[in-house]
Design a protein around this ligand. Structure first.
Ligand code: ATP
Ligand code: MG
Length: 557
């Protein structure tokens, strides 16, 4: 797989740690992991973690594991597992043979739990969930010991085995670590390690009715796989002492080291899988891959490239303090990539017919058009020109204000790659709306310049009326109209104009063989891609991003 990821990445505190560990001989080879929970689709925040973990492994000639953190027995996981693998690959990364499931470690984890009990460091507790919470204390008050805390090792071993054998009801017993109910860190106040859940698991079936908790599973899974640097987001900072405590009790050295970094937050975007699921289930969006979703699947369908997403992840860097990144930066990275790589084409989104009265009826000529001025090797194409063409409704005004230089009665403009035309007359419908323009062209201006040197102030895109294809075009905008959509009710922050569907658009004849995923720049308008709903009978395009670049403008100020 071709990759040019992170080669020029500037240093950051994680790389400094790795450099030290290599220099001191603590590690010879770096092993990282990306550990998604298969309970939703991956989003742009996950992309940051993926680029970081796989990027480090690549830069240091190490490996990065893909590990599904599937300790919660849930139902529709298979779809998520497949989408996650697909998305990581699409982003340009490869875990090779290192695909793992935390559930594959259930036997080993059970053994580690038994070992903890034998050491007198774990006990079976019969407090209810509610009581456990009460006993835990608060940030300012210490907790108090569970009455079950001082059970004998034998009794604990017996009860834990019976938990495993299904003798107890859900919620009646849990296994807890015996650490310190007075610890200033609430996480260390005898955390729950195992709970009873009489649910079958997508991989282990009905073998287990007790399931290990995240904190117990994660550190041990890392250790079992020989992970050297276990990189996670800042919320887990308080869990680090527990991560280390568990490994110290039951796992021989060397231990993986947990390192926290700031998660990605983006303006106008929600990133919580729970909230994204809510949008999918309530039908606010058409699915996880709705082009307005911040999921990798949504971004891909919208027309994002893996290169643009990786570039974005490189630019935002890795820090220890949480912040919110402007979504305009993501769009800027996308435009930069698409500007280099997208072939140009002309499309008329809201057509207005122009009849060129001095152009011979029935004549069609083919004019040469540049495919990509950014890429000399992209060559040219031929586009048909005829007596009747379409231009954009916006490009004509009956009574133009001072700064409007496009078409108006009596005015001459250039048609891109074609001729100068002059508006000679206007046709109205019964309600007084302009429905057609009459014009003349100057045959001497073929290719777009006049031999007498006269200038025009505007160049319009166009397509020939009978020699173009109908298309549906979906215009997307941000899903939320509030900078922080997490403030207040999610549903109230929705942008009512996040999707507009244009059904009368026209595109060049050259678009007849396009395939879903193909990307183009529609001249003067923006970047568009062919949607998965598109077929030769009905072309459907998504607007990926308009041309206007708010990020670049902000940088110019
Ligand atoms: P969510 O809050 O969206 O449900 P999560 O953290 O529960 O996300 P996981 O599947 O557990 O989702 O995440 C897998 C990995 O991706 C974790 O290591 C997590 O730290 C990382 N990750 C998740 N969200 C972000 C984010 N916004 N920025 C950076 N990394 C993230
Ligand atoms: Mg999680």
């Amino acid at each position: 797989m071709p990759m040019d990821v992170n080669v020029n990445t500037p240093s950051n505190f994680i790389r400094n740690i790795i450099d030290e560990d290599l220099a001191s001989g603590k590690h010879k080879k770096i092993i990282t992991r990306f550990p998604p929970e298969p309970n939703g689709y991956l989003h742009i925040g996950h992309a940051k973690s993926i680029c970081l973990n796989f990027g480090l492994a690549k830069d240091y000639n190490g490996t990065c594991h893909l590990r599904f953190d599937d300790t919660n027995p849930e139902k529709e996981e298979v779809e998520y597992i497949e989408s996650i693998q697909n998305d990581v690959r699409w982003l340009g990364f490869d875990w090779g043979e290192h695909l793992y499931f935390a559930s594959d470690y259930f036997d080993q984890l059970y053994g580690f739990a038994v070992e903890l009990i034998k050491q007198g460091k774990a006990y079976v507790c019969e407090l209810t969930a509610e009581q456990i919470r009460e006993y835990r204390g608060t940030l300012t008050e210490p907790g108090k010991d569970s009455p079950y805390r001082n059970r004998s090792v034998e009794e604990n071993l017996d009860l834990f085995e019976r938990m495993k054998n299904g003798e107890f009801e859900e919620g009646s017993h849990v296994l807890r670590a015996k650490i310190d109910m007075a610890s200033p860190n609430v996480v260390m106040r005898d955390p729950v390690l195992y709970r009873i859940r009489k649910v079958s698991h997508h991989r282990t079936g009905d073998k287990w009715c007790i399931y290990p908790m995240y904190d117990f599973t994660h550190c041990l899974s890392d250790a079992i796989e020989g992970i050297t640097h276990s990189i996670c987001t800042l919320e887990f900072e308080n869990n680090r002492p527990l991560y280390e405590w568990i490994l110290e009790q039951v796992f021989p050295d060397p231990h993986p080291r947990q390192i926290e970094f700031a998660r990605l937050n983006l303006s106008y975007t929600v990133m919580s899988k729970r909230k994204l699921l809510r949008l999918v289930e309530s039908g606010v969006v058409s699915g996880w891959d709705d082009p307005r979703m911040p999921t990798i699947a949504g971004l891909r369908r919208r027309g994002y490239t893996p290169e643009a997403i990786r570039d974005f992840c490189d630019r935002i860097g890795v820090a220890k303090a949480n912040s919110v990144v402007d979504v305009a930066l993501l769009e800027h990275c996308l435009r930069e990539d698409l500007n280099r790589t997208s072939p140009r084409t002309m499309a008329v989104l809201r057509p207005l017919k122009v009849v060129i009265e001095n152009y011979p009826e029935g004549q069609v000529e083919y004019l040469e058009a540049m495919n990509n001025p950014q890429d000399p090797e992209a060559g040219t194409r031929l586009i048909p020109f005829a007596r009747e063409i379409f231009i954009e409704q916006d490009d004509f005004m009956l009574d133009p204000p001072k700064k409007f230089f496009r078409l108006a009665p009596g005015r001459e403009v250039r048609l891109r790659f074609a001729y100068f035309i002059t508006c000679t007359d206007v046709v109205y419908d019964d309600e007084g709306n302009v429905v057609e323009i009459r014009a003349t062209y100057d045959p001497e201006t073929k290719g777009g310049s006049a031999p007498d040197g006269r200038k025009v102030k505007a160049t319009l895109h166009w397509v020939a009326a009978d020699h173009s294809l109908p298309a549906e075009i979906r215009l997307y905008d941000h899903l939320f109209n509030k900078e922080d959509p997490n403030e207040g009710e999610l549903e109230e922050n929705l942008n009512p104009n996040s999707l507009e569907i244009l059904t009368d658009a026209r595109v060049e004849l050259n678009m007849k063989d396009v395939q879903p995923g193909d990307r183009f720049q529609f001249e003067r308008q923006g970047y568009y891609c062919v949607d998965v709903d598109s077929s030769p009978e009905k072309l459907v395009f998504n607007r990926t991003v308009p041309l206007r670049d708010t990020w670049a403008k902000m940088q110019d100020k």
